[in-house]
Design a binder for this molecule. Structure first.
Ligand code: CMC
Length: 393
């Protein structure tokens, strides 16, 4: 009982106590389990960071080896689940294909659906982490009309991900270590970001004790919107649109500032960061080098740099404290690696998966968790009598 607080977008409402990720938006600080993102991006690996987020500590060598081996064992998806991809339309967007397949995992792996049995949760965790890259690549290959490439479990998670996306069936895949390292680092940067829209969705769905697969599928759908993870492909579409039009960066910025419907500077602004997004800072530092190595589109990078320069000196953006976020540069790198634009948000989902899992597990273990059930401010009609059809106008 008591007063209901109106807080659209939950801008001032904490829905959870969490020990996973710390953000100081004014200072531009991001830490996973206390470790600064800059150190993890430089020194760790995506598999190690996944372990850290989920189990709370950096693994010992033995723990890491066991975890890695477990993930390698679970990369293949059930044949019937693989056949799902034959049924989607050829031009289906990969995000709903991926969320549908992840949701369907709860029909194929019924031995790990308990939300209270730690061993089953560990099994679902391993299955999700190991199969997500395979499922993401199935969506990619389907969308491109390419044959399926099966995982090769002699490869690590990120190397295998490159293989299933870009390799040839039944042929060994030669991993480009630079590409693998760059992708590994991008996954680390995306691995968690406290109570963002998709993570809050995972927690909210999970708070009803829906199983881990179903909760993660909901998170993937939340991520797909252009204001959230979908921004990375929206940035590239924006840059290409500006490049192909006669308008140029300045004119586009005028449209943004005039608040034309649906026109925003994509990849800019953040609910929590009111300073440079530390992830964007790390990526900005490497984008130029990576594009050079992978033969990327420098013209688009130059355009992005000039949009950023205009924005950082413009009152509209300065007053609103809008800075580049993680998505501003990632699309350029993904494109240079050979991923089609509609796969960018799937790459975000692959990276964010360990964070969703860690937050779901924390939620399930927390004795203070209650089913998520927001209140409302009712603005509809007061009570009125039913009107028979022949009396309605
Ligand atoms: N371009 C132009 N104006 C903007 C932008 C932008 N990218 N972002 C915010 N604004 C303006 C907005 O119009 C509003 O102006 P006013 O005060 O005059 O009404 C003000 O800045 C505050 O914006 P808001 O929409 O109230 O802020 P929010 O915290 O609700 O939204 C956001 C945060 C990320 C959704 C928003 O900044 C945005 O739409 N950015 C573009 C999409 C994007 O890059 N999303 C990726 C976010 S980072 C990756 C992730 O976690 O998903």
């Amino acid at each position: 009982t008591g007063k209901v607080t109106y807080d659209p977008g939950f801008a001032n409402t904490a829905n959870a106590s969490s020990a996973v990720t710390y953000i100081d938006g004014d200072e531009g600080i991001l830490r996973y389990r206390g470790y600064p993102i800059e150190q993890l991006a430089e020194k760790s690996t995506f598999v190690e960071v996944s372990y850290l987020l989920i189990y709370g500590e950096l693994p010992t060598q033995t723990q890491l080896d066991e975890f890695d081996a477990r993930l390698r064992r679970h990369t293949i998806v059930h044949e019937d689940l693989r056949r799902f991809f034959q049924a989607f339309p050829l031009d289906a967007h990969p995000m709903p294909m991926v969320s549908a397949a992840i949701n369907a995992m709860s029909t194929f792996y019924q031995d790990s659906l308990s939300v209270f049995d730690e061993e089953q949760i560990d099994l679902s965790t391993a299955r999700l982490l190991a199969k997500m890259p395979t499922i993401a690549a199935l969506a990619h290959r389907k969308n491109q009309g390419l044959p399926v490439v099966h995982p090769d479990n002699s490869l690590g998670l990120v190397e295998n991900f490159l293989r299933v996306n870009f390799g040839f069936p039944s042929e060994p895949y030669e991993v480009d270590p630079l590409k693998a390292k760059a992708l590994d680092q991008l996954f680390i940067l995306h691995a968690d970001h406290e109570q963002n829209c998709s993570t809050s969705t995972v927690r909210l769905v999970g708070s009803s004790q829906a199983n881990l697969y179903q909760s993660i599928a909901a998170g993937i759908n939340a991520l797909s919107g252009p204001l959230h993870g979908g921004a990375n492909s929206a940035v590239l579409e924006m840059l290409e649109g500006i490049k192909d039009s006669d308008d140029g960066a300045k004119k586009y910025m005028e449209r943004v500032k005039n608040k034309e419907k649906g026109v925003r500077l994509m990849g800019f602004g953040h609910r929590v960061y009111k300073n440079y997004d530390p992830r964007a800072a790390i990526i900005k530092g490497t984008t130029h080098d990576l594009l050079e190595k992978f033969g990327g589109d420098d013209e688009l990078l130059d355009l992005a740099l000039s949009l950023e320069e205009i924005a950082l000196a413009d009152d509209y953006f300065v007053e609103r404290r809008l800075y580049p976020n993680v998505d501003f540069y990632t699309g350029l790198i993904y494109k240079a690696m050979g991923f089609p634009t509609n796969m960018f948000t799937v790459l975000f989902a692959v990276g964010r998966l360990p964070g969703w899992i860690a937050q779901w597990r924390e939620m399930i273990d927390d004795p203070e968790t209650k089913i998520g059930r927001p209140r409302q401010i009712y603005t509809g009609a007061t009570e009125r009598g039913y009107v028979p059809m022949d009396e309605r106008s």
